[in-house]
Design a binder for this molecule. Structure first.
Ligand SMILES: Cc1cc2nc3c(=O)[nH]c(=O)nc-3n(C[C@H](O)[C@H](O)[C@H](O)COP(=O)(O)O)c2cc1C
Length: 130
């Protein structure tokens, strides 16, 4: 979301209000646009808002295996969610486990059209999945 005059104050208030609710988790997404024009935006959403949440935090946006593990080491998020890497790698957990090469997501086929780019990324060779 863009165009907030004071996002840290506003969303800190929201996170604190959410702390009063019996939620299973909150899912925080780092910004995916350049912050040059938004110097008042938090550089790291997970650290800024995750630290004040009492709920289990899921961190999202831009993570790979290494950066996801490094994020977990910080002790704020307990789960990393993967979007485009999971789309391109239907067996992503197995590939992480094996340190296998990843299929690269193709942005051209991500947001519409037919099934191409949604159901035809290959599984690892020898995988028992179909
Ligand atoms: C094909 C595709 C469709 C997406 N659709 C939505 C959506 O409908 N709503 C939403 O909030 N995020 C959507 N996202 C964003 C993802 O949930 C996620 O936040 C984003 O991909 C960043 O994570 P990543 O770096 O692991 O890909 C979509 C992402 C992809 C790749």
């Amino acid at each position: 979301m863009q165009d907030f005059s004071d996002p840290v104050t506003q969303f800190s208030h929201l996170i604190e209000a959410l702390n009063e609710l019996p939620l299973a988790y909150i899912h925080l997404m780092n910004g995916m646009f350049p912050l040059d024009d938004f110097p008042h935006y938090p550089k790291n959403v997970i650290e800024t808002f995750g630290r004040i949440s009492k709920h289990l935090v899921i961190a999202n946006a831009g993570f790979n295996k290494e950066s996801g593990e490094a994020e977990l080491e910080k002790g704020i998020a307990r789960i990393i969610s993967y979007g485009s890497l999971f789309l391109a790698n239907p067996d992503l957990p197995k590939r992480f486990e094996l340190d296998a090469e990843l299929n690269q997501p193709d942005e051209a086929t991500m947001y519409g059209g037919g099934e191409h780019g949604y159901t035809d990324y290959p599984f690892l060779e020898g995988s028992d999945q179909v």
